[in-house]
Design a protein around this ligand. Structure first.
Ligand code: SD4
Length: 332
């Protein structure tokens, strides 16, 4: 540990002498990954996007513009989820996101690229596009996750504007919730609040993004799975990527997205891996009031999705054609 600390200190000092950005020293290579065996695989099509829920349709359409233009998957995933963050009507992350039990909107977000670089923000307020702040954490700092007022201050230092993220609709929902103050973290198609989006570009580079305002009326300070690399999102270009939606606590307890990717590494298809990860939750905790959905793709153009209960769906774009697909589920 000490050796590593000394190494980092020495490397940072060296970077300063050479006039380099020290943040860049601690990251994996920025070179596009050229995976020749993948590109020679007859199944590899390139240009594949999947994202959670029906809102994914518009997110995929935006992400596809980057992919179709020959751009990087990391730019596509950021552009795609920004559409959802900016949608005030969606009741989703960003403007109009559901507040916590004190009436304030707090945001959980992360992003990961084809080289294993990652960035995230959690418990952050007042910024419309947390995904772009997460991208800045990844690109401009040696860190992976910034929280709360520190994340907000960092965003401001990077030129992001602040604004009140509540809307008349979200304030009305909060006022109504105050009448009973019941905390029922049931998540389904009517009240979901997250977008997880995975994309593979034409060069075979995989990236992912996950962004949310988390559970409606959550305890102040609660952070879910969505900004946690390995829980709400994980990408490994050698294997594939996965993202989660639903009750973050169940995902975090099983490190869900990392689990799905590791299961794929072990040979399972994206579908079988999502099923196994859901089954782990079902085996370990009471699930009658608990929804979790996983969505995954491998690096050869296959996708899979599975949820505990009915109602989870996802948007899939392959070679420019988009479909909305109902996920299979464990319990009727
Ligand atoms: C969370 N996983 O904060 C998120 C919520 C979610 O659809 O996915 N909603 O626990």
């Amino acid at each position: 540990m000490q050796n590593r600390r000394n190494f980092i200190r020495r490397a940072a000092a060296m970077a300063a002498i050479l006039g380099l950005d020290p943040a860049r020293l601690f990251r994996a290579s920025d070179e596009p990954q050229k995976n020749e065996s993948l590109r020679n695989d007859p199944l590899f099509a390139g240009g594949h996007i999947i994202s959670t829920w029906e809102g994914g349709l518009v997110a995929n359409a935006e992400a596809w513009k980057t992919i179709a233009g020959g751009g990087y998957a990391i730019d596509a995933v950021e552009a795609g989820v920004r559409v959802i963050e900016a949608d005030a009507e969606g009741g989703s992350v960003g403007i109009g996101g559901m507040p916590d039990r004190t009436g304030r909107v707090t945001l959980d977000t992360c992003i990961m690229d084809h080289t294993g670089n990652a960035g995230g923000v959690c418990f952050m307020e007042d910024i419309v596009h947390p995904i772009s702040v997460a991208r800045k954490v990844m690109d401009e700092t040696p860190h992976v996750l910034l929280a709360g007022s520190g994340a907000r201050d960092f965003a401001i230092s990077q030129g992001f504007q602040t604004r009140d993220l509540t809307t008349p609709k979200s304030r009305a929902a909060y006022e109504k919730w105050l009448e009973t103050q019941q905390y029922k973290p049931i998540i389904n198609i009517e009240n979901h609040d997250t977008i997880g989006l995975l994309a593979q570009d034409m060069e075979g580079r995989l990236s992912g993004a996950c962004t949310t305002s988390g559970l409606a009326f959550k305890l102040r300070g609660r952070v879910g799975d969505s900004p946690i690399i390995g829980s709400g999102l994980y990408v490994d270009n050698e294997v594939g990527g996965a993202t989660a939606t639903g009750l973050g606590e169940a995902v975090m307890r099983t490190v869900g997205s990392f689990l799905v990717v590791e299961l794929m590494r072990g040979g399972l298809s994206p579908q079988a891996a999502c099923e196994e990860a859901v089954n782990r939750i079902v085996a370990r905790m009471p699930v009658d009031q608990l929804q979790v959905g996983y969505l995954a793709m491998d690096n050869k153009g296959h996708a899979g999705a599975f949820a505990i209960h009915p109602g989870f769906n996802y948007a899939r774009t392959l070679a420019g054609q988009t479909d909305l697909i109902d996920a299979a589920h464990a319990i009727e």
